[in-house]
Design a protein around this ligand. Structure first.
Ligand code: ADP
Ligand code: MG
Length: 306
């Protein structure tokens, strides 16, 4: 199948999306932004073997690639509108492409994101790059740098599921709620939108709570005290892992794509599906508490001080 046929058959869809003056098919897309809006631009690349195991279903690869991008949009408080897709294909069977397009548009339709262009190449490894353009009212983007002492630290959803799911996937499990949390992360767009004007700082958790919260705090020149026992854990994680294992997964496991943000607690009292886990402090230290003791958190586990 030549590239023209492939693009038309799998990536071009009928129907008009708001703001798309010219979509797929010309040398470039022409887009009509909302008057006065600021744009949020994000881009993310997934490489087979590096970011997902070889043999992952095409639909899951595409879904996850877009969800990872949308998670960054969510962490900025943006409303996603358009995306471009660059894909290096190894397998261009109709079955594979059909599955890929289905996963891509499933994620896109959940947030009304239009695919407006891209590039298609062939190579030895599957590589998927998606770039999303989002919009936001001027000056209202959620930044990493706005946390202030006294803010409450929150996370959305539950943590540790995706890292647990990836481990299970690598051991051969396929159909499991935790595996699905890795393959099909939920981008917290609605949460991000609800936080605009309320949260002081936000980041999405792609590399693990401990590391990503540290990035937020560094950008804000502050620290935090976190109560490990307050970190929300799913029932599935509790059922399968002992306390120390699941807390470790929740603290350092990546790929959850939940949000971590800081806000005055009263300002976000009506935001659903979020959990308070600690407090921002003035000193730069990030301290994790377990039953009143400070513990040191690292990739290999946490241990009690002294
Ligand atoms: P050019 O050679 O001018 O870059 P292409 O043949 O690569 O043009 O692309 C033709 C059209 O198809 C362009 O509008 C481009 O944005 C779009 N396109 C190419 N690949 C993809 C893709 N994977 N997904 C969506 N649109 C694509
Ligand atoms: Mg091209």
């Amino acid at each position: 199948m030549d590239e023209f046929t492939l693009i038309n058959r799998f990536f071009l869809r009928q129907g008009k999306h708001a703001g798309v003056v010219v979509g797929i098919g010309d040398d470039g897309a022409v887009l009509q932004p909302d008057p006065g809006a600021e744009q949020v631009q994000v881009i993310d690349t997934l490489v087979e073997e590096t970011h997902f195991p070889p043999g992952t279903q095409a639909a899951d690869v595409a879904y996850r690639a877009l969800a990872a991008n949308l998670s960054d949009v969510a962490a900025m408080g943006g409303r996603p509108r358009w995306m471009t897709l660059s894909v290096t294909l190894t397998d261009s069977s109709e079955e594979w492409l059909e599955s890929f397009a289905a996963g891509l548009f499933e994620a896109a339709d959940e947030h009304e994101v239009a695919l407006v262009g891209g590039d298609t190449t062939r190579g030895p490894n599957l590589v998927v790059t998606i770039s999303v353009t989002a919009e936001i009212a001027p000056g209202t983007a959620l930044l990493r740098s706005g946390a202030v002492a006294g803010d409450t630290v929150f996370v959305s959803g539950t943590l540790g599921d995706a890292a647990a799911g990836l481990g299970m996937l690598q051991q051969g499990s396929a159909d499991d709620w935790l595996v699905n949390r890795f393959l099909r992360p939920t981008a917290r767009i609605e949460t991000g939108l609800a936080l605009v004007g309320k949260a002081n700082a936000a980041i999405d958790i792609s590399d693990g709570l401990a590391g990503d919260l540290r990035k937020l705090l560094d950008a804000s020149n502050s620290g935090a005290r976190i109560d490990i026992e307050k970190i929300p854990l799913s029932q599935a994680l509790r059922d399968r892992f002992d306390r120390e294992q699941r807390q470790q997964l929740a603290l350092t496991g990546g790929d959850d794509y939940e949000l971590c943000f800081t806000a005055p607690a009263a300002a976000v009292a009506d935001v659903p599906d979020i959990t308070a886990i600690g407090t921002v402090i003035e000193s730069n230290s990030l301290e994790f508490f377990l039953q009143g003791d400070v513990v040191e958190v690292s990739d290999s586990g946490y241990r009690h001080f002294r």
